[in-house]
Design a protein around this ligand. Structure first.
Ligand code: ZN
Ligand code: ZN
Ligand code: ZN
Length: 143
């Protein structure tokens, strides 16, 4: 484990008043190391590969806690499994391959402020966030 990563995880947990635990730290480690959102299955497989004995329920419970503390965000890309990503505080979107279900993060310049303010006015609704994901066929599957 990289020292910076360990420190980052320790700082994050401390700032949220959460205790350190092996499961908690390992989940965050995996999520922080990944360039795209990871599923609960990815996490369970990771624990298996690390020969760490952990039950499904505690992984799901942990994911819930980390979401409640706004350390991670849950995404649903409509392929039957939820995925989780560290809250980088950088707003971005995703491409999702509908053949192999590969998800990638994409940074795009967009200006939805105007549209959002229109929606707010027309519907008397305060918008906090939006999700915008792009579905299609990835490079590997195009061939
Ligand atoms: Zn956006
Ligand atoms: Zn694909
Ligand atoms: Zn992302």
């Amino acid at each position: 484990l990289h020292k910076d990563l360990i420190n980052k995880i320790a700082d994050t947990l401390k700032s949220k008043g959460l205790k350190k635990s092996l499961v908690r730290e390992q989940i965050l480690c995996l999520i922080l190391n990944s360039e795209s959102p990871v599923s609960a299955l990815d996490i369970l497989q990771y624990f298996k590969s690390q020969r760490i004995d952990v039950n499904k329920t505690s992984v799901y419970r942990e994911l819930l806690t980390l979401q409640e503390e706004e350390i991670i965000t849950e995404y649903d890309f409509l392929d039957g499994k939820k995925r989780y990503e560290y809250n980088k505080n950088s707003h971005h979107h995703h491409t999702v391959c509908t053949k192999c279900n590969t998800v990638a993060c994409v940074e795009i310049n967009h200006d939805l402020d105007f549209i959002e303010s229109q929606i707010e006015k027309q519907n008397d609704f305060k918008i906090n966030k939006h999700y915008l994901e792009f579905f299609g066929i990835c490079k590997k599957c195009k061939i």
